[in-house]
Design a binder for this molecule. Structure first.
Ligand code: TXA
Ligand code: MG
Length: 347
């Protein structure tokens, strides 16, 4: 399959009538799958009401069929179509964070969406992305769009159109290139089907921000206890992994440098994931600065691109610094832990 690339400037007016957006929307209406920029990561969109379109999403990504997709909408009124009830707390959260990087789990109205989109669950995950191109495309096609991250299953999520093409060229109908995404880690997933909302995946909206508007929020036990069964099926898979084994290192820069030296003595090509503050401190084959530690949002924005760059550099092993587990650091550490398969070396 020839994958089309539509370049769209997100700052132009009337994006809904942009010929590229219109063309991509027509592909979606024809049940083809199209990658699109959002404010978090690129998504791989398809008509959520069509088994055919949803089947193409799972096939292109090589995604396990028991992992449900997030449904993307441009207007709140679309919820009535496929959501059974909207609890008051969900209403408050939507008011505060939509459009934005928050995915809300609702009870599903049966018989509207493709069963495969929700992996047969009685619930459905929904979000309204805060990206002009995504919103224009969603409005133009007028459909609820199922969209997981537009990477091959298991790989780091894509934060620009090149990442998408590296993984999915030839496997999807097209990609809208709207430039690099802003936030860089996926949306926060929150389950609002219980009296006290539960975070199933940390992401672009922090626990602190959620609690400020909705009061007490719980965190799914699986996020802190490896043995617990996660409520978001996707969280049980190893994810975001670079090709080389990745180790998180908790300790001084000297300690990390010693680990590097041990591996280099074995003749291995060693990579270090650090930030601009410490990039000059390490001596290794490949030292990559992933944003600035002093501004964790920049670390989130650069994380997946940095993990992908280690693949291009063909390192044999990667050592990564760790980050404070608070604010957006929750999402950064969650993704690093998954990328590392939880391998942590402590000084
Ligand atoms: O930022 C994002 O959320 C991006 C962009 C493209 O919107 N999308 C994304 O989708 O990250 P994906 O498929 O990579 O992750 C969806 C997560 C998975 O962990 C999945 O298990 C969970 O949401 N999920 C989806 N439906 C669910 C449901 N009904 N109950 C619990 N978890 C659900
Ligand atoms: Mg994903």
């Amino acid at each position: 399959m020839n994958t089309k690339v539509w370049k769209v400037d997100k700052y132009v007016d009337k994006l809904e009538n942009n010929p590229q957006v219109v063309d991509a929307a027509n592909f979606l209406r024809d049940n083809e799958v199209v990658a699109l920029p959002t404010e978090t990561v690129y998504g791989l969109g398809g008509n959520a009401e069509s088994d055919v379109a949803v089947g193409k999403i799972f096939a292109a990504k090589g995604r396990p069929s028991d992992n449900p997709l997030i449904i993307h909408i441009a207007e709140k009124k679309q919820l009535n179509g496929f959501v059974a009830e909207v609890p008051v707390k969900a209403e408050v959260l939507m008011e505060a964070f939509w459009p934005g990087p928050l995915t809300i789990i609702f009870k599903k109205k049966e018989g509207v969406l493709a069963e495969t989109a929700t992996a047969g669950l009685a619930t459905v995950a929904v979000r309204m992305p805060d990206h002009p191109v995504a919103l224009a495309l969603l409005k133009r096609c007028g459909l609820p769009i199922a969209a997981p991250s537009a990477n091959s299953s298991g790989k780091p999520s894509p934060t620009n159109a090149e990442h998408v093409m590296d993984d999915l060229n030839g496997k999807i109908a097209g990609v809208i290139d709207g430039g690099a995404t802003g936030i860089g880690v996926e949306s926060t997933v929150i389950d609002c089907t219980e009296a006290i909302p539960v975070i199933l995946r940390p992401g672009g909206v922090t626990k602190e921000q959620l609690e400020a508007v909705v009061g007490e929020v719980r965190v799914d036990a699986a996020l802190t206890d490896e043995a617990a069964q996660p409520k978001a099926p996707g969280m049980k898979y190893r994810h975001y992994a670079p090709n080389a084994p990745l180790y998180m290192v908790s300790g001084t820069t000297k300690f990390l440098q010693r680990l590097v030296e041990e591996k280099r003595m074995e003749g291995l090509r060693v990579g270090v994931l650090t930030t601009s503050e410490n990039a000059g401190v390490y001596e290794a084959d490949v030292v990559l600065a992933c944003g600035k530690r002093a501004a964790l949002t920049t670390v989130a924005a650069a994380l997946y691109d940095t993990l992908r760059r280690f693949n291009l550099e063909k390192v044999d092993v990667i050592y990564s610094e760790v980050f404070p587990n608070e604010g957006v650091g929750n999402a950064i550490m969650n993704r690093l832990q998954k990328a590392a398969g939880n391998k942590l070396i402590t000084e």
